[in-house]
Design a binder for this molecule. Sequence first.
Ligand code: FAD
Length: 213
Amino acid sequence: MTARAVVVGGGPAGLMAAEALAAAGVSVDLYDAMPSVGRKFLLAGKGGLNLTHSEPLEPFIGRYGAAHERVARWLEALSPQALRDWAKGLGVDTFVGSSGRVFPTDMKAAPLLRAWLHRLRASGVRLHMRHRWLGWSEAGLRFDSPIGEVIVPADATVLALGGASWARLGPMAPGCRCWRTAAWPSRRCGHRTAVSTWRAGAITCARSSPARR
Ligand SMILES: Cc1cc2nc3c(=O)[nH]c(=O)nc-3n(C[C@H](O)[C@H](O)[C@H](O)COP(=O)(O)OP(=O)(O)OC[C@H]3O[C@@H](n4cnc5c(N)ncnc54)[C@H](O)[C@@H]3O)c2cc1C
């Protein structure tokens, strides 16, 4: 049986997670509270959309200070050049600015997002807008949707809820009920939860199906 993953959050982190899961043969449903995905990403496009930096990997990684070892592992999986190749694969060429920063040639986010969503849908990813994640019940994830509360079962969950800045673009405010629920679901339902990032401004975590003992 095909595993079913739910991704919550349709910013670049959630879209990337959905793409990786779909490429691995997982059935993916992505939910976002807003009427459309990538709102902050589109806003970033107004500033030209700085995708990455062109400097060699070693000094680039060094810029992450105390987090450099962790970030190095991510950049091994998706290097700045791999990111440029990924954009190229979506039909978006990039260039290196005078500061060494890398931008799409047209300095816009919309064409990249459009092509990305097209490819995600073609790979079978299903997008569900206007679904605000509320937490978990025994049966699955709880969403507030246009038809009321719905429960969605999943074998694995990726939370990619973004940071708390620019709340009108979708991210939820820190301290809301979802954050607490996300931090301690395992006590209630026995699901394994790995919180990979939980800072004052952001939570990104992955949850697998109930632990098999
Ligand atoms: C003005 C501006 C310019 C920027 N310029 C750049 C730049 O040039 N280069 C760069 O790399 N970055 C830039 N950024 C930062 C970049 O936009 C963010 O780092 C990026 O969007 C974070 O992606 P994310 O997927 O983690 O979160 P977000 O993009 O914030 O996505 C989170 C998603 O989760 C959804 N969500 C949240 N809570 C819930 C819930 N309970 N239920 C359902 N859905 C939920 C939100 O609706 C949202 O769609 C800029 C940001 C701003 C504001």
